[in-house]
Design a protein. Structure first.
Ligand code: SF4
Length: 401
């Protein structure tokens, strides 16, 4: 089914007011339970009082790979990116409509217990995390570390502290560091300082493909502090400071934009010297968009393939053709060449900052961060023949017999 046959307006619910006694992590601060090592989200115990830089949160996949949690992931042995998310009882002060960490959830769930990109994020002492990675040295399964800032008054300073403590023990040439920034609290000097401290890549989570969608989902539309202009100011500062190939933007596909909108943005980023990292919209439980449909797979696959052609095969958006609804109808590449790209499968893997395998293979594989394993959107591994048959069906390209 295509979104063009059954258009849905991707309108977030309005955020509810939070009682003042539950604002700003008041419950966690009042209980003031001292943390005792790794904390796994658990709604049946009082959430400990944990703060960055002493504590960081990490994805379930990263915790499994680090060996501090046991379990197995569907068809994945590990993740190649150790994402460290800053954590505070007050949580993120923004209210992005698609995000499980958003402020409007503070009455319902303590920050450290909130789901984010479909998974739990255990909280771990930073020192313990660094000890394990430093001990493993060049044998570490991680190809990259990423500090994910959130919107909090301390996040700039704490990001620098985490980066400093990491690089004192771990050579950034062995495991390079990316910054997933929070432009709302940042200046150009903050961008420079992170570069001087050894960060390798700087990314900006634009998330929305157009200024209107940005405003509706993470600006005034949901009482959130972000602005498109500020995000672009910091993105352009990152281009100047970090340079060609060392900055990028996250974009969520399927929040109401057309395929032409998102691919025009992808082209703009390439023309500036950067990359785009795509996410397939998924209705995150507890978010203001959890009642809305995930991106139809045909739409997602077309955008995923076209973005790969623009980022890595030199095809330009002007060579592609779109119908009157902005839907991609021609990828701008002769059929045999297009078939080779599809058959290679890399275009359908998770996009993000590179690891050690190849420039076009992301270290940040985010297993099942934007879909359930039963209907994979971004493949965290190389798709096999069965996967590629499914992808071709989703692209509506009939396999050759
Ligand atoms: S700023 Fe980032 S972490 Fe905070 S609500 Fe928005 S998307 Fe979520």
């Amino acid at each position: 089914m295509s979104c063009y046959e059954h258009p849905v307006r991707m309108e977030p619910r309005a955020p509810q007011a939070t009682p003042s006694e539950l604002k700003n992590g008041a419950r966690v601060k009042a209980n003031d339970v001292p943390p005792a090592g790794v904390y796994r989200p658990n709604y049946n115990v009082l959430t400990p009082h944990m703060r960055s830089p002493e504590y960081v949160q990490m994805s379930t996949a990263a915790a499994l790979t680090l060996g501090i949690m046991s379990g197995r992931m569907y068809r994945c042995e590990c993740t190649r990116c150790l994402n460290l998310l800053l954590t505070y009882p007050e949580g993120c002060r923004a209210n992005c409509a698609y995000c499980g960490l958003a402020r409007h959830r503070e009455a319902e769930r303590d920050y450290a217990d909130r789901n984010f990109i479909r998974v739990d994020w255990p909280a771990v002492p930073l020192a313990q995390t660094i000890d394990i990675v430093a001990r493993d040295g060049a044998a570490s399964p991680f190809h990259r570390m990423c500090i994910s800032m959130i919107t909090h008054p301390r996040s700039d300073e704490d990001t620098r502290t985490v980066l400093r403590q990491w690089t004192e023990r771990i050579d950034p040439a062995t495991i390079p560091v990316s910054i997933l920034s929070n432009p709302t609290t940042m200046t150009r000097d903050d961008v420079k300082r992170l570069h001087e401290l050894g960060a390798d890549i700087f990314t900006v989570a634009l998330d929305a493909a157009t200024p209107e969608i940005f405003d509706r989902t993470r600006g005034k539309g949901v009482a959130s502090p972000h602005s498109w202009a500020k995000y672009w100011e910091i993105l352009l500062a990152a281009r100047d400071v970090f340079g060609r190939g060392k900055f990028g933007a996250h974009v969520i596909v399927g929040m109401g934009e057309t395929e032409r909108d998102v691919l025009a943005l992808v082209q703009q980023l390439v023309d500036l010297g950067g990359h785009s990292h795509l996410f397939c919209f998924f209705p995150e439980k507890g978010s203001l968009m959890d009642h809305l449909p995930a991106t139809p797979r045909d739409q997602w696959r077309r955008v995923q393939l076209a973005r790969y052609l623009i980022d890595y095969r030199g095809v330009r958006v002007e060579q592609m053709r779109f119908d009157g609804d902005g839907r991609l109808v021609d990828f701008g590449l002769p059929a045999p060449e297009l078939e080779d790209v599809i058959a290679a499968g890399v275009a359908f893997r998770t996009s993000g900052c590179p690891g050690k395998f190849a420039d076009d293979v992301s270290a940040c594989d985010r297993p099942y961060g934007d879909s359930p394993p039963s209907d994979i959107a971004s493949y965290p591994f190389a798709p096999n023949k069965t996967d590629l048959r499914r992808i071709r069906r989703q692209l509506r390209i009939v396999p050759e017999s």
